[in-house]
Design a protein around this ligand. Structure first.
Ligand code: NAD
Length: 248
């Protein structure tokens, strides 16, 4: 998968799956800009622009700045996202709005601001980071799951809307991936090491998904090699979807 001459932006690219994706795109020859709340933590060598995906003015400014620095945009990886725990009673309206604002509207804002640049590209692709949560019926993840269900629907709708323009839109559905996000969650357990071992044992392939494995799927969907693929959700979950399992 060669990306020479391809210009890519990755939201949430300063950590976890986004950082692995930015690093792999760069390794394959792309010019990469990370858009993140913490641009100083972006992988070495990539361009980094401050961006809050929940703020439309911030997004528009960051997209224009990244496009200027890169000389255009061919690939958008909509990856920035936050978690939420509990049933529908665990979070009030403000929290529901906050998480939807980041996880769903964030992808809308970034894509909307990037579309004028993508229309000028001959290999335009958008890849959204969805989750097994979109369709698994996870307990204690009502708000998070609802946002990822929306990301899945958005991916399909955008794939249809922008097909004739030559802009492909796909998403990846990671299972539980070994990122700082999961480390932060595990750190809240009374015995983080035991909790991690239990979490790994619950995965179909007995371990967490690596951020690099998710990045490889994202990079495939961003590459001209997947030029006839649009509107798909690619599972990177160790077989969870195939086995109709759900992480707990
Ligand atoms: P992470 O917390 O390690 O990284 C998230 C990044 O997003 C951080 O760099 C953070 O600064 C950035 N970010 C958060 N809010 C932002 C905002 N408003 N504007 C700009 N940047 C913002 O998380 P991760 O585990 O790498 O998750 C990345 C994506 O993968 C998320 O969309 C998440 O829902 C999805 N996902 C993660 C897992 C998992 O198990 N880790 C599983 C399925 C899906």
């Amino acid at each position: 998968m060669e990306f020479a001459g391809i210009k890519a932006i990755v939201t949430g690219g300063a950590s976890g799956i986004g950082a692995a994706t930015a690093a792999l795109l760069q390794d394959r020859g792309a010019d990469v800009a990370v858009l993140d709340l913490n641009p100083d933590q972006a992988p070495a060598g990539v361009k980094a622009v401050h961006c809050d995906v929940s703020d439309d003015a911030s997004v528009r400014q960051a997209i224009d700045e990244a496009a200027q620095q890169l000389g255009g945009i061919d690939v958008v990886v909509n990856n920035a996202g936050v978690g939420a725990q509990g049933t529908i009673e665990a979070n009030d309206d403000d929290e529901w709005h906050r998480v939807f604002d980041i996880n769903v509207l964030g992808m809308v804002r970034v894509s909307r601001a990037a579309l004028p640049y993508l229309r000028r590209s001959s290999h335009a692709a958008i890849v959204n980071t969805c989750s097994v949560a979109a369709t698994a019926g996870l307990p204690q993840r009502a708000l998070y799951s609802a946002t990822k269900g929306a990301v899945l629907s958005l991916t399909l709708a955008m794939a249809a809307d922008h097909l004739q323009e030559g802009i492909r839109v796909n998403c990846v559905n990671p299972g539980t991936a070994d990122t700082p996000w999961i480390s932060r969650l595990l750190a809240t357990a009374p015995d983080p090491a035991a909790e991690r071992a239990a979490l790994e044992a619950r995965q179909p392939h007995g371990r967490l998904v690596s951020p690099e494995e998710v990045a490889a799927a994202v990079v495939y969907l961003a590459s001209p090699l997947s030029g006839s693929t649009t509107g798909v959700d690619l599972a990177v979950d160790g077989g969870m979807q195939a086995l109709r399992l759900r992480p707990r």
